[in-house]
Write a protein that binds this ligand. Structure first.
Ligand code: SF4
Ligand code: SF4
Length: 467
């Protein structure tokens, strides 16, 4: 099929593919409008979160850090120690169901408004490209031009700036896992001293550079799994960026249609020219639409100039466009409910796991030692502690009958819960003949040393010679 211009797309193939299957590089035009300015505010807010937050310290700790090796999770100056992988699992599943809820109600809002891919490309990389190479037409002409001096310096400058920004993004990303101060110290040293971190940072920088600088919309169209599955979550009640075909069609220039019978669409292709994935939204909701709202602003601009009402392209549901009344569906509420259940499980699990877990393991060798009429039982106490507080605990004999008869010596008592996992050696000493049968399960109280508040109780089997 022949098309009139590069924006009159072939319905049989992707806008970014030619008849031979090769990539058609896009030069999306810039746009101004209320949605664009709102989006830019959101983008810059997110850039602050993505790029600056981990470098800010609160209470002497990074604002956000996930130390996988130590199983520590720091957020806004509070650290959870010994974080169990199940907590991440619960948060992840909750997040997935929340995204499903958002997609069902608001369509692909994440792609257009929050995804780092869109945020970085739209607010940084495309801006730099336009600054160095000019507007869409100039960029297209530069691409087609032979390698002259202008093309060489513009390309070299563009890729140099892209590389610096990609390096910064990659360093920030790695900073989320190793801590910004530690990362800064590492970068001051020879790469050989931290070869793993250095290699990971370089590979990530290269990925960001290629993706944000060149691959761009192809990632959304080909590689992103969310892009593939979002159509399953959306239905006719989902708010999407949509073309009001009842108002717009038949568009200007449609075959066999008189001027009087034409709809409001003047077939200017501005909605296609600004689209970062190159599609024509007038053909209906498409998998390639990332809901960036560029086409809304482009079309509103034309409608304003033509003194027609804006909103020929707008956020709308399919049901609204058809003029039908909203259909009731419980699907979004199910997604939201499941998400909330997982969030609640996260907090319940967190609360329960804040209690230190103690395991008494009998020491190797003889079960008891006798010295000067005294029996000693040696134990290794393994403690797991997860939470954001550090406090000392004390081990006491709970049974009043044995309080004065059994003494507890420990390599540390009170025991400071200052890390996720700890081992302490405990020695229980008692006189020969303390237990009539030679052994006894003795109850222990584990109390918080500062407040004497009971945390938990434990039992240990103490043994001695049979009388
Ligand atoms: S169709 Fe509109 S909202 Fe969708 S990606 Fe293109 S410009 Fe963005
Ligand atoms: S920008 Fe509006 S008027 Fe122009 S082609 Fe797109 S829908 Fe039609």
């Amino acid at each position: 099929m022949t098309t009139k211009n590069r924006y009159d797309l072939d319905p049989e193939r992707l806008a970014t593919t030619d008849e031979h299957g090769n990539r058609v590089y896009l030069y999306p035009e810039d746009v101004k409008g209320k949605w664009k300015s709102l989006r830019m505010k959101v983008y810059w807010g997110l850039i602050l979160v993505y790029l600056v937050l981990p470098w800010i310290y609160i209470n002497g700790k990074p604002s956000l850090m996930v130390n996988i090796a130590k199983r520590e999770f720091t957020v806004l100056g509070q650290t959870l120690y010994g974080v169990e992988p199940i907590l991440f699992f619960l948060l992840l599943v909750s997040g997935l169901f929340f995204i499903a809820f958002m997609t069902t109600v608001f369509g692909r809002v994440w792609c257009g408004w929050g995804c780092p891919q869109t945020v970085f490309i739209q607010s940084i990389f495309l801006k730099i490209e336009a600054l160095i190479e000019g507007k869409a037409r100039q960029r297209m002409a530069l691409d087609a031009a032979p390698w002259n001096f202008e093309k060489i310096w513009k390309r070299a400058l563009k890729w140099f700036v892209f590389s610096v920004i990609s390096l910064h993004i990659a360093h920030t990303f790695i900073g989320y896992f190793v801590g910004p101060k530690e990362l800064f110290v590492m970068t001051m040293q020879s790469p050989g001293e931290h070869f793993g971190i250095f290699t990971a940072t370089m590979i990530l920088s290269a990925i960001f550079l290629l993706d944000f600088g060149w691959f761009r919309e192809q990632f959304c169209l080909i590689a992103c799994p969310y892009g593939r599955i979002q159509s399953v979550m959306m239905d006719e009640n989902s708010k999407v960026v949509a073309y009001d075909y009842k108002r717009g069609e038949p568009h200007r220039g449609s075959q066999g249609v008189s001027k009087e019978a034409e709809g409001d669409c003047v077939n200017c292709y501005n909605c296609v020219k600004v689209c970062p994935t190159g599609i024509d939204i007038r053909r209906g909701t498409q998998l390639e639409c990332i809901a960036c709202t560029q086409c809304i602003d482009a079309c509103d601009d034309i409608m304003t100039r033509l003194k027609k009402p804006t909103g020929l392209i707008r956020y709308a549901t399919e049901v609204e466009l058809k003029g039908e009344s909203k259909k009731k569906t419980i699907r979004p509420f199910i997604y939201l409910g499941v998400s909330l259940i997982f969030v609640a499980s996260f907090f319940m699990f967190l609360k329960n796991s804040e209690k230190p877990q103690l395991v008494f393991l009998r020491g190797v060798g003889a079960p008891f030692l006798i010295s000067e009429e005294m029996i000693t039982n040696k134990f290794t106490l393994k403690i797991k502690h997860q939470g954001d507080t550090r406090f000392p605990i004390r081990i006491e004999i709970a049974d009043p009958l044995y309080m004065d008869k059994i003494s507890i010596n420990a390599s540390e008592n009170p025991i400071e819960l200052d890390r996720a996992e700890k081992k302490v050696f405990i020695f229980f000493k008692f006189k020969m003949g303390t237990f009539e049968t030679g052994s006894k399960m003795v109850k222990l109280n584990i109390v918080e040393a500062n407040t004497n508040e009971l945390i938990t109780t434990k039992e240990v089997p103490l043994v001695g010679p049979i009388n």
